[in-house]
Design a protein around this ligand. Structure first.
Ligand code: FES
Ligand code: FES
Length: 176
């Protein structure tokens, strides 16, 4: 059994850990570092519940070995609230929700919630690349994220609503 010392930056924190050659990134995050936001489902790249950002790209963290991410910057759903708009309107950063998380809450874009971290992380990348997507584009972009509960309608509503919120954050205020 080969082991490797690797370093990841997770949600801005430097994390050092030892992993086996076969350890998947999702298991390194969950079991090695206690970032339990990314869930484990199919472990074969089909369901999307394990989605995180690696060096700014949404990736299914069950499709990568932890050693492949060595030196990389990872954002999990736990770290998303610290990004754009996450602390808007809250006094305590612990209460912060990213506008996408807030939209899933307000639009009832979840039931059991198992798929939600992956949905949110995928949506974050989608809205970064296309701030004003059509409903069809949202549906297409989430095709790699499976939900067993919601029927997707409210998920699409949530992403649409989050897109509005993020565009408003970016809009010039016009005042002094
Ligand atoms: S657990 Fe990673 S895609 Fe299903
Ligand atoms: S809310 Fe249950 S799997 Fe999506």
């Amino acid at each position: 059994m080969y082991e490797h010392d690797i370093t990841l930056t997770v949600n801005g924190a430097t994390e050092e850990l030892t992993v086996e050659s076969r350890t998947l990134l999702v298991h390194a995050l969950r079991d090695g570092l206690d970032y339990t936001g990314p869930n484990v489902g199919c472990e074969s790249g089909k369901c999307g519940v394990c989605t995180v950002h690696l060096d700014g790209e949404a990736v299914k963290s069950c499709t990568l070995l932890a050693v492949q991410a060595d030196g990389g910057e990872v954002t999990t759903v736990e770290g998303l609230a610290g990004e754009k708009g996450g602390t808007a309107g809250v006094d305590d950063p612990a209460d912060a929700l990213h506008p996408i998380q807030r939209a899933f809450h307000e639009e009832h874009g979840l039931q059991c919630g198992y798929c939600t971290p992956g949905m949110v992380m995928t949506a974050a990348q989608v809205l970064e690349e296309n701030p004003d997507p059509s409903r069809e584009a949202i549906r297409a972009s989430l095709k790699g994220n499976i939900c067993r509960c919601t029927g997707y309608h409210n998920v699409v509503n949530a992403v649409e609503s989050a897109a509005d919120s993020l565009r408003n954050l970016d809009a010039p205020t016009g005042g002094r």
